[in-house]
Write a protein that binds this ligand. Structure first.
Ligand code: PEP
Length: 252
């Protein structure tokens, strides 16, 4: 997968099925012919099939999932496998989201297994990393990001890594209304490319799409997306409103 402009909407645990369908219709009506941006819609599991059917005929729109299990199948009540996601048309899955780290205590070993399962099923991981406010204030943010990336990426080959998207999401900016400044985002995205250069090489690092996430909205997206190393956004709250989400897509 080559480096692309991407806007992904993570709906988290929001919307009814009917509201989900209406939102997708409003979004695709507004941006369907704007095919220079890859659009990824990441609804809750129960709506994947319906949303996938709506997106199937749309220009450069893809379906993503918010999670997958570490195993391929079996007695894991309440869980969903990457194979199942693939069977309903998912091309992407979030792994390492800060809410999964914080509320579900997921760790690097889980992320590695989940990504392996995703890749086996031709699903690209959107691997999320980010530091807490304490880590930034104590000047540990570069160290934390280095560890989060290195522990996981060293388990993958260059070919496997070519399917990854990275999302830099400072935890202090997620759902808080506080966004990283464009300078802070650019600084960290460039740093992330540097780490990927160390793990793989500079051509691989130049080729990976790195998204910014954390209170990205219709007002700040343009400035963030103008940064050299920011390839788009992973959008939470603002992806629940069609006009806001479309404005973000048009922000490149
Ligand atoms: C997210 O959950 O990935 C996210 C970026 O959320 P928000 O845009 O609401 O901060």
């Amino acid at each position: 997968m080559s480096r692309q402009k991407i806007v992904a909407g993570n709906w988290k645990m929001n919307k009814s099925l009917q509201d989900a369908k209406t939102l997708v219709e409003m979004i695709t009506n507004q941006v369907n012919d704007f095919d220079e941006v890859t659009k990824i819609i990441i609804p809750p599991f129960p709506y994947l099939n319906a949303v996938g059917e709506q997106l199937a005929s749309k220009e450069n729109f893809f379906l993503g999932a918010q999670n997958c299990h570490t195993n391929a199948s079996g007695a894991f009540t309440g869980e969903v496998s990457a194979n199942m996601l693939s069977s309903v048309g998912c091309h992407y899955v979030l792994v390492g989201h800060s809410e999964r780290r914080q509320y579900f205590k997921e760790k690097e070993a889980d992320f590695i297994s989940k990504i392996k399962e995703a890749l086996k099923n031709n699903i690209s991981p959107i691997f999320c990393i980010g530091e807490t406010i304490h880590e930034r204030k104590t000047d540990n943010h570069f160290k934390v990001i280095t560890e989060q990336l290195t522990t996981v990426l060293k388990e993958f080959t260059v070919t496997e890594f070519s399917k990854f998207i990275i999302a830099y999401e400072p935890v202090w900016a997620i759902g808080t209304g506080e966004t990283a400044t464009a300078a802070q985002a650019q600084e960290m995205h460039a740093f992330i490319r540097g780490i990927i250069t160390d793990i793989f090489d500079s051509a691989i690092a130049a080729n990976v799409s790195i998204l910014y996430g954390g209170s990205c909205n219709a007002q700040n997206a343009q400035e963030l997306f103008a940064c050299k190393d920011v390839d788009g956004g992973l959008i939470g709250g603002a992806s629940l409103n069609a006009d806001d989400f479309c404005k973000i897509i048009f922000s490149f």
